[in-house]
Design a protein around this ligand. Structure first.
Ligand code: SAM
Ligand code: SF4
Length: 359
């Protein structure tokens, strides 16, 4: 039987090893965080890259059982941020030397939506002389749409698997053709084949989820050979069907702790990928994202969504930074990042070293 120290110092990990890492407490937990920090600094350094997040529409055709902006939540006022405001947010990002932006939305696949995103991509490239990197996070689309958007300027795509366990996936999604595990998996493969730097991720602390499921999620990221992972705690929302299982949940601080262990373990498993410090960490602990940066994450997504729309993009309760404008957010972020011992990679795309090495 391996000691914890022996597990930590390996370069490859079994499911059992990962379960041990995710279960670490006390001194061993500290050793895990310390080792992940060392590996991060040795492999990718201490730079944090900004991706300015623009949640440009909350109109969604899907009904994921955990999500506050799901189609059936009639309390949500639906919006689509006008193009000029999206472009203003991008201009802000460019002037403030954020290397990249992320365009995120509910999932739509109408020709109008596809065309709109396409036009936005071209305009963002134009206004920034091609300098802003663009990540899309607009859900599952056809291969043709992925190709079109790739050609118009998007070079990364973020599509979380949500859970790599097909059974758990079924429990947190409606039982219909739009929410199928295989469809999601195929979408990830299509995105990769189209040449995107693929980002995926899962929610941590879902009802019915076990530590073994999370270990499998980590092995799934490795098997998919992803360039980036964005994963964060699941946080309940009272207007969603999954809320009825809130009694099964770990406490929020336990979910935060598990999310940090997931980040640290992933840094050991895939040393040179990009790992985001998810916004949901901050919803539980005001310094949750900085903690993640210290022990393994290297990507931060400051929210650039115009403030008027933010309260209608409530994926979960207590979503942070609801009324801070972009400038305030940036100032508070700089101080926090320094505190975490990191440096901001201003004006850099900060592409995944893992991806660049392979392509
Ligand atoms: N519609 C696109 C999609 O689903 O891929 C992108 C936007 S969606 C709101 C972005 C992510 O929010 C999802 O992948 C999911 O993991 C996360 N999310 C939704 N509801 C959540 C909740 N209650 N707690 C934590 N994360 C949540
Ligand atoms: Fe729509 Fe994405 Fe929320 Fe699912 S997670 S309901 S696809 S916005």
């Amino acid at each position: 039987m391996k000691t914890f120290q022996e597990i930590l110092l390996q370069s490859d990990f079994t499911r059992e090893d990962l379960v041990a890492l995710l279960s670490a407490e006390g001194e061993e937990r500290q050793q895990l965080f310390q080792e992940a920090q060392t590996v991060k600094l040795q492999t990718i350094g201490n730079k944090v890259y900004f991706r300015g997040l623009i949640e440009f529409s909350n109109i969604c055709a899907k009904d994921c059982l955990y999500c506050g902006i799901r189609k059936s939540n009639e309390k949500v006022v639906r919006y689509a941020v006008p193009d000029n405001q999206i472009l203003d947010a991008c201009r802000f990002a460019w002037h403030n030397r954020f290397g990249s932006v992320v365009l995120q939305s509910g999932e739509l696949s109408s020709p109008e939506f596809v065309q709109r995103v396409d036009l936005l991509l071209r305009k963002i490239k134009e206004l920034s002389n091609g300098e802003l990197g663009i990540t899309l996070s607009c859900g599952e689309q056809t291969t043709e749409t992925y190709r079109q958007w790739r050609e118009s300027g998007a070079h990364r795509y973020l599509l979380r698997m949500e859970s790599s366990n097909p059974e758990l996936y079924r429990k947190i999604h409606p039982d219909n053709g739009f929410h199928r595990y295989d469809r999601r998996l195929q979408a990830l493969q299509d995105l990769k084949a189209t040449g995107y730097q693929l980002g995926t991720g899962v929610m941590i602390g879902l009802p019915f989820q076990t530590t073994e499921d999370l270990a499998d999620d980590l092995l799934f990221f490795k098997k998919m050979d992803v360039a980036m992972v964005g994963m964060g705690p699941y946080i309940e929302h009272e207007d969603t069907p999954l809320y009825r299982y809130r009694n099964l949940l770990k406490s929020k601080s336990e979910r935060l702790d598990l999310a940090l262990k997931m980040v640290a373990s992933l840094r050991l498993l895939m040393p040179d990928i990009n790992i985001a410090a998810a916004t949901a960490l901050q919803a539980i602990d005001p310094t949750g994202r900085e903690k993640a940066l210290t022990i393994g994450a290297n990507i931060l997504m400051p929210n650039l969504t115009p403030t008027a729309y933010r309260k209608e993009y409530q994926l979960y309760e207590d979503k942070p930074c609801l009324d801070e404008d972009a400038e305030l957010c940036r100032n508070c972020l700089e101080a926090r990042i320094e505190l975490a011992g990191c440096e901001i990679g201003y004006g850099e795309w900060g592409d995944s070293k893992h991806f660049l090495k392979k392509n």
